[in-house]
Write a protein that binds this ligand. Sequence first.
Ligand code: SF4
Length: 351
Amino acid sequence: MPRERTKVVKIGNVAIGGGNPVAIQSMCNTKTTDVEGTVSQIHRLEKAGCQIIRVTVPTLEAAKALGEIKKQISIPIVADIHFDYRMAIAAMENGADKIRINPGNIGSDAKVKAVVDCARERSIPIRVGVNSGSLEKDLIAKYGGHVTAEGIVESALNKAHMIEDMGYDNLVISIKSSDVLMCARAYEMISEKTDHPLHVGITEAGTVWSGNIKSAMGLALILSKGIGDTIRVSLSADPVEEIKSAKLILRTLGLRKNGVTVVSCPTCGRTNIDLIGLANQVQTLVEEYDDKDLKVAVMGCVVNGPGEAREADIGIAGGNGEGLLIKKGEVIRKVPEAELLDVLREEIEKF
Ligand code: SF4
């Protein structure tokens, strides 16, 4: 279902679905009971561009801590619940803006209903999350004895229908798999069968290197079909890395306007400055300028430098221990290598 045709769901002050911009999520890797550490991580994530944050709520102490955390942050907070329905209720009583449950591991229908009733009273959306790793045995058997996109989709829809039958449809669905192609196929299939907003991501994608590649490939396949209302890039890393990657994926697909795009050359024997070091410093630098919408080219020499820089708003083309500063295709001046980063920062700020 293309994004504009999904229903709008409000998670705190963030509306998703119905054609709203794709929202970026992450999850804290602190102990939720460590209020100070969790708030500090959420502030870093918020600064990086995170729009919705999830924390785990495995105990009543964590649910109470969620209430304290919520007072100190300004983005909506989602409680991640497994196994114990009482944690879902406690999280909502303590201010969770959304809960994420897998009804399959919550227990009896009565327990799920208690959670749904509490969510309905407070108009709190529920994300029904299904992971390929916890697919029910009967659905594995039904589809050939192994995990399939069909099985994951059926499982998620069964759970969404169960909650709908309890009279509540303020839902978001996610179906995660670490198998990129299966995941993309499952999202394509489910998007044709539901108008609930979809949270998308490749789960357990791996380290920064492999996770970024798998997430970018999977999310490109899914988002380019107009599917997906919120995303998470799941990495075994500092969650701030997830936000940086999510922003770049959305910008690359044209789903997000703001931000600075960096193009840089791969370097070759003609390079006479520390171009790789500079490109990395520039990439880090531009993360601070989410409010800008521009392209910066960092090129190693004058062979392709001025050409690439012409396409960019600001560029540098390396020389011997120096670089040419180029703006909108026009060479402005020569800058000593040691000053290139500062000059680029000044030029970015002027935009
Ligand atoms: Fe080599 Fe220049 Fe091309 Fe960079 S821009 S790869 S230094 S030829």
